[in-house]
Design a protein around this ligand. Structure first.
Ligand code: ATP
Length: 371
């Protein structure tokens, strides 16, 4: 990871007015983000009735998320199942239309692009899916699967050149180019995910959105796929948005990490800021649940057990989304939505705790030991 970029400036808060920027370690102020997401919202309508459908509410899957992605970096997104991670990925890929908010690619607003203009942008933003067992068409050969994007963008690989290009891609992801005529069922899970990655790389994108790319794989294979992704990032200068629920894997690959809870970003910062100096109670609880192999470190930490379940995104709590499970919650938390900004306590201080955290009572918790 020698070519890994410097960690960039932090992104904005939830609302443009609440923007508080801190510079992460070695932040480079001049670098422009490749992707800027502001106040992104996706509400899925809840309807009732068979013949006449009436909207009776909405699932607030993503409810005002802002972040930047910088060239060559990996932004990890973590959070429990149902917090809206996949919906963010789908919004970035234009697989879902946002209810509101904006997505900018290299400064251009791409939120509502369609047709040819969208195809051009989409070429630069590709996705790697979670489950390599279901995301590859079992009736297509590996060559057809990897080469399919060339049908939409024939300029990248003219017909006569496709076989060679696909074989090159197989080689790049560590598969034997002679496997080009095989079918997905002839490969193991890890190999299938390599095929998915090769397909994602076919159009030479700048950004890869990877939604739980290793969750469906055996632990022993996960590291190989993550290492491959790191190698490809360095080789092709890719920016990754790496979505996962496994905190250890996210830490391993990410330059910065965003923690999501119930459709909102709870905390965002460099991997050191989030894992060693978390200030949001939710992040602290998540980290305290990560298994620690070292018995001494394990004994020294406080295990935070959260009460209750995650509330329904169709009926989220007022104020802070996390307050119903938070040991610090007060009336203020029910009344005021905490903005994602550097907490006042740390503002202007040269401390890793000074990073955006959406908590009225953000503070470091010394007992938390990151894995
Ligand atoms: N098409 C849809 N219609 C209605 N609700 C949806 C739709 N897609 C997602 N949701 C809901 O939005 C919420 C967020 O889902 P999402 O898949 O983004 O979460 P996630 O964090 O990726 O979880 P997981 O890791 O389990 O996939 C969930 O409550 C889910 O049920």
């Amino acid at each position: 990871m020698s070519t890994r970029p410097e960690k960039p400036a932090e992104e904005s808060g939830e609302k443009p007015t609440a923007v508080t920027t801190t510079k992460g370690a070695g932040a480079s102020a001049e670098r422009e983000p490749i992707l800027e997401v502001r106040d992104l919202v996706k509400h899925f309508p809840l309807t009732q009735g068979i013949l006449v459908k009436r909207q009776i509410g909405a699932v607030k899957a993503v409810d005002g998320i802002s972040f930047d992605l910088y060239p060559g970096e990996t932004l990890g997104i973590v959070g429990e199942s149902g917090c809206g991670k996949s919906t963010v990925a789908k919004l970035l890929m234009h697989l879902e239309r946002p209810t509101s908010g904006t997505i900018k690619y290299k400064g251009e607003d791409i939120t509502h692009l369609s047709g040819r203009a969208l195809r051009e942008v989409r070429r630069n933003i590709q996705m790697v899916f979670q489950d390599p067992y279901t995301s590859l068409n079992p009736r297509m050969t590996v060559g057809d699967i990897i080469g399919e994007p060339f049908d939409i963008h024939p300029d990248v690989a003219p017909k006569g050149d496709r076989r060679r290009k696909v074989q090159e891609l197989l080689d790049v992801v560590g598969l034997n180019p002679e496997y080009i005529n095989r079918y997905p069922h002839q490969f193991s899970g890890g190999q299938r995910q390599r095929i998915g990655i090769a397909r994602g790389l076919a159009l030479r994108p700048e950004i890869i959105v990877a939604d739980e790319p290793v969750s469906a794989l055996d632990v022993s294979v996960q590291a190989q796929v993550v290492n491959l992704m790191e190698k490809l990032q360095d080789e092709f200068g890719l920016s990754y948005m790496f979505i996962a629920h496994d905190l250890s894997i996210v830490r391993h690959i990410s330059d910065r990490v965003g923690v999501m809870y119930l459709g909102k970003m709870a905390e965002i910062g460099t991997d050191e800021q989030i894992y060693e100096h978390p200030t949001h109670p939710y992040t602290q609880a998540l980290l305290s649940a990560v298994p620690v192999p070292d018995p001494e470190a394990r004994d020294g930490r406080e295990r935070i057990v959260l009460e209750g379940d995650v509330p329904s995104p169709a009926n989220p709590p007022s104020g802070c989304r996390f307050r119903t499970r938070c040991w610090k919650a007060t009336d203020k938390c029910a009344e005021e939505v905490p903005l994602l900004a550097v907490p006042e306590t740390f503002a202007g201080q040269d401390t890793p705790a000074a990073h955006p955290s959406a908590c009225h009572f953000a503070e470091e918790k010394a007992a938390v030991v990151a894995a």
